[in-house]
Design a protein around this ligand. Structure first.
Ligand code: SAM
Ligand code: SF4
Ligand code: FES
Length: 349
């Protein structure tokens, strides 16, 4: 089957077989250009030219987990740890609102210092101070906690399954279980959150067939938001000598998922911009419609080191806002107004 025919089928049916996805992941030259152009067109048709910005607040660098790839893993005793206090988090959310953000993403390591009551209180305080959507990205919790956060006012939840290959998942996430991860994602969806999930590209040992399954799992979970980023080796982790993930495969995965879930929100991730100076622009041109600039103070930005060389680490929040706006305009797009709820979510509601 030709790439042109596969793309046509994807546009009409939003379904692809394993072999078709694999062919698209391996597309080169004109075929690859056609994949990117088609995804860009589908993005325009389904979610328009607006690029929505999310203000990212990384509020704790403590983590109880030991993910092999991440600089915040608990065994990294050189990691710099910090916790922002409740009022400080609320203040940063207010500042983000004043800068024009209408969504804030509260992200952290899996840090149980922030118990159910504390997180509910933070969510309620933000919601009563400013009119923003709140996305949580805090990892695995109990059903009861997810429910309490939703009742407190959280709107969205981001948690990647990282890899759909169970053996690889368990190898790189000691003490964690793939089943539990998936169960959490299903709970989150059933509680009425906008669900964001996705995977890492280029974990050592990951094959093209694994990526095909990753793409199909995002579709099966019916994600409203899709986060895909290349793996970047961190020198203080067991994967320090591994090769970084491929920007090209990341872009192709974004493009394919735009075709499979045309009205989802898909960010051009910071990791993509870290491996390629034009990575975020390229992501926005092959299906992505979201960017998540960090709104934290520099003193915290520097300490939240998932991987080395992270972009924007020395830029303050105002500078990033201006920078990203000019990038969006230079691509002929516009900065989204309002909260930018996922149209996929809206359609299902
Ligand atoms: N702790 C929460 C969790 O794991 O869902 C949220 C924060 S975690 C730092 C956010 C994401 O960072 C993870 O889902 C993972 O994919 C990504 N990440 C961690 N280390 C990375 C690395 N070395 N390269 C690229 N992405 C990485
Ligand atoms: Fe912790 Fe998330 Fe990093 Fe894993 S990816 S070590 S859960 S912060
Ligand atoms: Fe941070 Fe460009 S977005 S410096």
């Amino acid at each position: 089957m030709k790439v042109r025919d596969i793309l046509e089928k994807a546009c009409h049916e939003n379904i692809l077989t394993k072999d078709e996805i694999k062919l698209l992941l391996m597309a080169e030259g004109e075929d690859k250009d056609l994949l990117f152009k088609t995804a860009d067109r589908v993005r325009k048709e389904h979610v328009g030219d607006e690029v929505f910005l999310r203000g990212l607040i990384e509020f704790s660098s403590y983590c109880k987990n030991d993910c092999f790839y991440c600089g915040l893993r608990r065994s990294n005793n050189q990691a710099q740890r910090y916790r922002m206090q409740e009022d400080e988090i609320v203040e940063v959310a207010k500042r983000a609102y004043q800068m024009g953000y209408r969504t804030v993403v509260l992200q952290s390591g899996e840090d149980m210092y922030y118990n159910k009551d504390m997180l509910c209180s933070i969510i309620k305080k933000i919601k009563s101070s400013v009119d923003v959507a709140i996305t949580l990205s805090i990892g695995e919790r109990s059903y009861d906690e997810y429910k309490a956060f939703k009742d407190a006012g959280a709107d969205r939840f981001l948690m990647r399954f990282e890899t759909s290959n169970r053996q690889l998942y368990e190898k790189y996430h000691p003490g964690m279980s793939f089943e539990n991860r998936i169960e959490c994602l299903k709970w989150i969806k059933s509680l009425g959150y906008e669900l964001g999930t996705g995977f890492l590209i280029g974990l050592p040992g990951q094959t093209i067939d694994d990526l095909v399954q990753d793409i199909l799992l995002v579709k099966e979970l019916d994600a409203d938001m899709i986060g895909i980023g290349p793996f970047i080796p961190h020198p203080q982790t067991p994967l320090k000598d591994a090769k970084e993930g491929s920007v090209d495969l990341t872009l192709k995965s974004i493009a394919i998922l735009r075709l499979l879930i045309p009205d989802a929100n898909i960010p051009a991730t910071t990791a993509l911009g870290t491996l390629d100076p034009l990575g975020r622009q390229k992501g926005l041109m092959c299906g992505a419609n979201i960017v998540m600039p960090n709104v934290n103070d520099l003193k915290y930005k520097l300490k939240y080191e998932l991987y080395p060389g992270k972009i924007c680490i020395n830029e303050d929040a105002t500078k990033c806002r201006g920078c990203i706006e000019s990038i969006i305009v230079s691509l002929g797009r516009k900065v989204g107004q309002g909260k930018g709820q996922s149209r996929h979510y809206k359609r299902a509601a």
